[in-house]
Design a protein around this ligand. Sequence first.
Ligand SMILES: [Zn+2]
Length: 292
Amino acid sequence: MSERTEPRPRRGSNGNASGHSANMTHREVRSNLARAAALVLAAAVLVVTPGVSAATTHPRETHDLDEEARATLLRVACNEHTAGKPVAQALVERVGLHTARLTSAPDGAREATPVGLLDAFRGERCPEPQREIDYRADALGDVEGDVTEFRRLVRGALADPRGWSLDGDLAFVSDEDDAQFTVWLASPEEVAAANEVCSPDYSCRVGDDIYINDVRWRDPPDTFAGEELDDYRRYVVNHEVGHWLGHGHFDCAEEGEAAPVMQQQSIDLEGCEANVWPLEWERDPVRDDWLP
Ligand SMILES: [Zn+2]
């Protein structure tokens, strides 16, 4: 997991939206979704406000979601397309209110009624990013990993509020034409050829190119043996993008604690626990450097 250490020149702000232009069909679909959402919301309002006494007959506690359930639903509802929208509306548009469809949601969310879900996010809006960074994700060389899956995972890791998105303040937007950096799913040969400091055994970042090693992508290092495959993948994306954002490496601070994402966790956990997301003190300098 080596990388060139010279400082990368900071890019100027390119806060422009990336010019996604919806065609008519897309617009119609969105309009229909919005109408459906409005109907469901209207129905929910009718249900929860039969009279002023609704608040006492339906105690607030029954609509409260635990923190994990709320966080999961926020991740489902909010992305770069739903910035600034009411969370409840975004949730309806993205997955409907069939709670059974929220397969990744923790128990607290699956057990909630549709009305409870809407109520839990009353008055809350999806975060609006303060800055956009355009990136590209693609394959390089002879790779066996699934490129569509690779793109999906990179996108999810970068959009996750726990990561470098800084709770949604920084939006990473997939845009091939204006990409400020590229994440490659690269064959070991391509990784090694990228720069003399890169090894065919690890991933590597050289300037604005991030090479995710295709062999590691499919077969994680031993340090991640007990973890989900996708967690290792998110870790390596976060680690290498962390370099692009300006970070060097950190060591495990205390045995048994979560490892910094900028620790070389693929090589040695140094007594720390494997960890996918940047620690708060790793996110702070990125906040200082990248947000207005
Ligand atoms: Zn590194």
